[in-house]
Write a protein that binds this ligand. Sequence first.
Ligand SMILES: [Zn+2]
Length: 247
Amino acid sequence: MGLKSTSGIVLKTFSYGDTSKIIRCYTRDFGKISLIAKGVKKSKTLQIGYLEPINCISIDLYYNSKRQLQIFSKAEFDHPFLSIKNSIKKLSYSFAVIELIDKTVSGEESHLQLFNLTKNILSAINDNRGKINTIFWFFQLKLLNLLGFKPNLSNCSNCQNSLITANFFSGELFCDKCSTVKQIKLNKNSLNMLKSINKIKIENISKLNIHSIERKEIGEFLKQYYSYHIDGLREIKSLRVMESILN
Ligand SMILES: [Zn+2]
């Protein structure tokens, strides 16, 4: 067991006794891990300030793959995401991002693309690099791709004809002819917009302009798609909390 360094995004923290904290972290090198920061609540080093959800930190830790709980040594900020913390909307979407990571990543396996995606998304939200819901949908689509649940936006699941508009039910998209139940409809613009979000680079996301009908359809489609394909994800709690605050 040696001292290692990595970069990590704090997902959740729990108090442990009167003086310690347990931190669940999505790290660049070790995947999702839990660490114990002994005595951190009483420490004068102010390390506790780094150990808050959404923070991206450089961590020194004593790592042993056979152990469930790793030992935290110290941290400093990679990125404090200060602007996220000054906005309820940014905070809610950022919590939704880490909630999705927490619920879809299970083990201690490093996945550099997924780690970088998460970090870049939080940076994009922090730095206002586009409309916040578009950034979130971009994240949801990329995450589905990386998890192997990429939606087929081009062809009907039944007849394989090209989709012009689409109907979502039972986890898949169908053309108008093959649809009997119309659960969620995606009009032509929504479908094209989803394809554009899929293709665009994050730095160009502000160029996408999505009208309200399409925003509604896309948001609802992705919500239902996750609920259907990802176990334990009937809803994203962080977004429900925000909706109840803003409405
Ligand atoms: Zn069809």
